[in-house]
Design a protein around this ligand. Structure first.
Ligand SMILES: [Zn+2]
Length: 361
């Protein structure tokens, strides 16, 4: 590993570090907010303000091609790989150590690079830019999130293909005030009570537990404190779920369930969200319902309804119960079987929650 001690790249970063002694404590969520590698070879980053970054370059070896990476304070929750194109082999987001985030750009072996000319420039207190390769390479841009805050209603936003491509990207979840909100997520059923059992024996308890855990990780990444009423397969009665949320004075309560139709009819599919009372609960239900429908095309909208379920009736904060599909329905069950769809649903629930919280004062 060769750190940029003697060239411009490191000087730019070191000046920045010298003037900004603010560091983000370990275990905070990642300082990386958005990144984009543009067609002209420029990598742009948006981070938390005054984050301390470190940039590195390493020549190719037997295992890897040439690599450039940036380390950010704050922990990445979902390590992932993104396929490259043109001169880029792959982009990886990882967690090299606890409390850290690493963005790695790996080049294809044949790509010509001149890292000694590279410089990472601070465009603003939270924006960075570095040109990594020449425009002569044909490259389709890759990124996650918005590197610059754009005004809504630009043409890009009206283009539905743009939306479709980006809708599942967790970095596009709305930003809200960090460490301000406490959310209780309640995975329905558990243990001896499997809840609904659908096509092929798919069990509600398993589906909603996985979805709930992903919601927790997505929201935590956004600086929301999240508590789950259960973390594993335990049979938890309804009153303790409610008293837990009331005791810790959560801001909102979201119970996650999946449906079964009477007679296990395969033609019945759809999503619905319940609230018990109050405009806040209704608003939260609406936001969540809208988002889960977006990731479940073809599945009917059964609407936002008032319901008298114990957990939403007895919790003291705005509370909703969301039914993420019918495990007995052909369409919904086939989807809910797959982790990929559970992730989409979890993304959607998280987005609904964040949209709701971002409107609160
Ligand atoms: Zn249920």
């Amino acid at each position: 590993m060769k750190k940029f001690l003697n060239n411009k790249l490191f000087r730019y970063l070191s000046i920045f570090i010298f003037f900004n002694s603010t560091t983000i404590p370990l275990k905070s969520s990642s300082a990386l907010a958005a990144w984009e590698l543009k067609t002209n070879g420029v990598l742009e980053l948006r981070t938390k303000s005054n984050a301390n970054l470190k940039a590195y370059f390493q020549k190719s070896n037997q295992i890897y091609g040439d690599r450039f990476w940036v380390d950010f304070p704050g922990e990445l929750k979902n390590p992932r790989k993104i396929n490259g194109n043109g001169p880029i082999k792959e982009i990886r987001l990882g967690k090299p150590n606890n409390g850290q985030t690493r963005l790695v750009i790996e080049f294809k072996k044949e790509t010509y690079l001149n890292p000694l000319t590279w410089r990472m420039v601070a465009l603003d207190e939270n924006r960075w830019s570095i040109k990594l390769f020449k425009s002569k390479y044909s490259f389709k841009k890759i990124g996650e999130g918005e590197v610059e805050k754009r005004i809504r209603n630009t043409r890009a936003y009206q283009n539905p293909s743009y939306k479709r491509k980006r809708v599942y990207n967790y970095l596009e979840l709305p930003n809200i005030k960090q460490n301000k909100y406490l959310v209780v997520i309640d995975p329905g059923h558990g243990g001896l009570d499997p809840g609904a059992v659908g096509i092929g024996g798919i069990r509600e308890t398993d589906v909603v537990l996985e979805v709930s855990k992903i919601v927790k990780s997505l929201l935590s990444e956004k600086g929301v404190k999240v508590r789950l009423t259960r973390k594993n397969e335990v049979d938890l009665d309804l009153p303790p779920r409610v008293s837990f949320a009331n005791k810790i004075d959560a801001d909102i309560f979201v119970s996650i369930h999946a449906n079964a139709s009477r007679g296990k009819r395969k033609d019945i599919n759809g999503l619905e969200t319940f609230y018990y009372r109050g405009w806040r609960g209704k608003l939260l239900a609406k936001r969540i319902q809208k988002q889960i429908l977006r990731v479940s095309p073809g599945s009917p909208d059964r609407g936002v309804k008032q319901g008298r379920f114990y957990v939403i009736k007895n919790t003291r904060m705005p509370a909703v119960l969301v039914e993420i599909g019918f495990l007995t329905g052909r369409l919904d069950a086939r989807r809910l079987e797959k982790t990929a769809h559970r992730k989409r649903i979890a993304f959607a629930i998280s987005k609904g929650i964040l949209e709701y919280l971002s409107k609160l004062r």
